[in-house]
Design a protein around this ligand. Structure first.
Ligand SMILES: Nc1ncnc2c1ncn2[C@@H]1O[C@H](COP(=O)(O)OP(=O)(O)O)[C@@H](O)[C@H]1O
Ligand SMILES: [Mg+2]
Ligand SMILES: [Zn+2]
Length: 559
């Protein structure tokens, strides 16, 4: 029987042209070989499994190939074969993590005083070079200062920032990129085809996602999946093995949040735990998922950025239609704020439940476009609306909602006690009060704030707050009347005393909204005075004009 070779070994590229991605690195090295400008020391940086060791070995072959130095090593001659089989005496691979000390570097230095034994170049590959001790680094540095003939160093590291600058300055640095999702998917499909493995695109996508840019990880995951499933890979098996969050759960969770349906959160968390998913992992997936949702909403054309399969895209789009961008922003910022909390929490389950419940309670912001749309509809439907009964099934449901809201408000009031104490006891002027009222309402219940901002009268008098709308705004009147408790609570909270609130139908001009009685009289006097002014009279006759407002120009700057 043929010994089983893991895919990562079996599919290790043997030539520069077989290397996936890393175009810049490969091109520069090939050119250097062609122009016979080989450096003494190279530093390859990049995450695990992106081709650093592979390229180092191809470079060793390119330099030592019987037909070389050549950018296209033959892979047939004794030199190429011995390197491919890991038994070339002049190509040394040293793991910096386990040979960290000065002694190792010293013996290395002694060993390289002499010419290479069999080949043209001696190639020394030190992996995870950042793990070397300071002493070892210093010894290495001396070697680099007087580089021995025919010896080339290739250092590899996953943590570039930990490599001392003194070493860096003596190396040519190559940055290895993470492998794109598309390249990973294509490569996995290629392997599956070669090996006669039946696996769906969806499963390949899942494996690629999980590999997060590392081709080696992707290949190893495929190994695991095939070892488990055999050559016909079932989608459920893949999900099972990878422990990948079933998208349906994520979609359900976000859907529950969007609908504000807190009752669905507990069973969903049960489901997540029963599947054996790590809660922190779920949390990360949720953030990633929301980010994709946001991307789809804000830049639908940026599909490639998303790195998700076609089926998933359809489902995500459906969900995206339900949620506003502003909401997703708020979900994301709350999740990110709580991120460290979950990391250190000793009760991650309770922590997660709390965060998700908070998300379901975040009030929906009403997008401006919706308000405009509503106003437009209002214009069309005024006659119809006047006929509809105010209390129906809808009314009862809204009442339930209001009760639930009130409970929350009371909870929040406890939190606000401090602020409350700071508030002035004295009643505020109408206009200032109006601003505060709208601000607070905006936080409590944005849609209601939008309605109150459309009111034509907002007057606090004799312990009574009058909110008036012109008769045309019947829809607003009805909604405001249903929410009268919320309005009352906010008024009480700001004024720190009990006031009544009444929503009334009233014909009032916009500019009269804040005018108190005395001021109204003053204003009337202004009108009279102006009407008797001869110049004004002249212009009024000339233009058939009407006085709409009277304003003082005394304090206004001339333009
Ligand atoms: N850029 C790449 N092109 C093709 N295969 C790759 C690439 N990067 C990694 N691999 C696969 O992963 C395996 C391990 O890659 P390796 O070069 O050891 O990664 P690194 O040294 O960066 O951790 C290779 O044998 C190969 O199968
Ligand atoms: Mg390596
Ligand atoms: Zn060769």
């Amino acid at each position: 029987m043929k010994p089983y070779l893991v895919f990562a070994r079996k599919y290790r590229p043997l030539t520069f042209d077989q290397v996936i991605g890393q175009k810049a690195v490969v091109q520069t090295l090939k050119n250097a070989i062609i122009q016979n400008r080989i450096g003494h020391a190279y530093l390859f940086s990049g995450m695990r499994g992106v081709g650093k060791t592979t390229v180092a070995r191809i470079l060793a072959k390119a330099l030592n190939c019987e037909n070389g130095p050549t950018p296209n090593p033959c892979n047939k001659c004794q030199f190429c074969v011995s390197i491919n089989e890991d038994r070339a005496v002049d190509v040394l691979e040293i793991d910096g993590a386990s040979n960290r000390g000065i002694d190792e570097v010293r013996s290395l230095r002694e060993g390289i005083q002499y010419r290479p034994i069999q080949s043209r170049y001696r190639v020394i590959i030190i992996d995870e070079v950042h793990m070397l001790t300071n002493e070892a680094f210093n010894a290495l540095l001396k070697t680099l200062e007087e580089p021995p003939h025919h010896t080339i160093f290739i250092f590899a590291t996953t943590e570039f920032h930990k490599v001392p600058a003194t070493i860096l300055s003596r190396c040519q640095h190559f940055e290895f990129r993470r492998i794109s999702n598309k390249d990973i998917v294509d490569h996995l499909k290629y392997i599956a085809e070669k090996e006669g493995i039946k696996i769906s695109s969806a499963s390949i996508n899942l494996i690629a996602q999980k590999a997060e840019g590392s081709l080696r990880d992707a290949e190893s995951l495929l190994d695991q999946v095939v070892a488990f499933s055999g050559e016909e890979v079932k989608d459920e098996d893949v999900k099972e093995i990878l422990g990948i969050m079933d998208r349906e759960i994520l979609i359900s969770v976000v859907d529950a949040i969007a609908e504000g349906d807190s009752r669905r959160i507990f069973p969903l968390i049960d489901e997540i735990i029963n599947h054996g998913y790590d809660l922190r992992y779920f949390y990360r997936e949720l953030i990633e998922f929301l980010r994709n949702l946001l991307l789809i909403k804000t830049a639908p054309e940026s599909r490639e950025l998303l790195e998700i399969g076609d089926e998933e895209l359809v489902n995500i789009k459906k969900l995206a239609e339900k949620i506003g961008e502003e909401d997703i922003f708020r979900y994301l910022s709350l999740l990110q704020q709580s991120d460290t909390g979950l990391k250190y929490s000793s009760h991650p389950r309770i922590f997660l439940e709390t965060v998700l419940l908070r998300l379901t309670h975040l009030k929906k912001l009403v997008p401006l476009t919706d308000i405009i749309e509503e106003l437009e509809k209002l214009k069309e439907n005024i006659p119809l609306l006047l006929q509809t009964k105010e209390e129906g099934i809808e009314g009862k449901e809204i009442k339930k909602e209001i009760e639930a809201e009130d409970k929350q408000i009371m909870e929040r009031e406890v939190l606000h006690l401090d602020e409350k104490e700071k508030r002035e006891e004295a009643a505020l002027g109408n206009e200032e009060f109006y601003k505060k009222f709208l601000n607070e309402l905006q936080v409590e219940k944005a849609p209601l704030a939008a309605i109150v901002s459309q009111s034509d009268l907002f007057e606090l008098k004799n312990n009574k707050l009058l909110i008036g709308f012109t008769p045309g705004k019947v829809l607003f009147i009805n909604k405001a009347k249903r929410e009268i408790e919320t309005l009352r609570k906010i008024a009480n909270r700001i004024l720190n005393r009990e006031v009544k609130v009444e929503v009334v139908e009233q014909e009032v001009k916009e500019e009269d909204r804040f005018i108190e009685e005395e001021k109204k009289e003053e204003k009337n006097k202004d009108y009279e005075r102006i009407l008797n002014n001869s110049t004004v009279k002249y212009f009024m006759d000339l233009f058939k004009a009407e006085i709409i407002s009277v304003e003082s120009i005394k304090n206004k700057e001339r333009i």
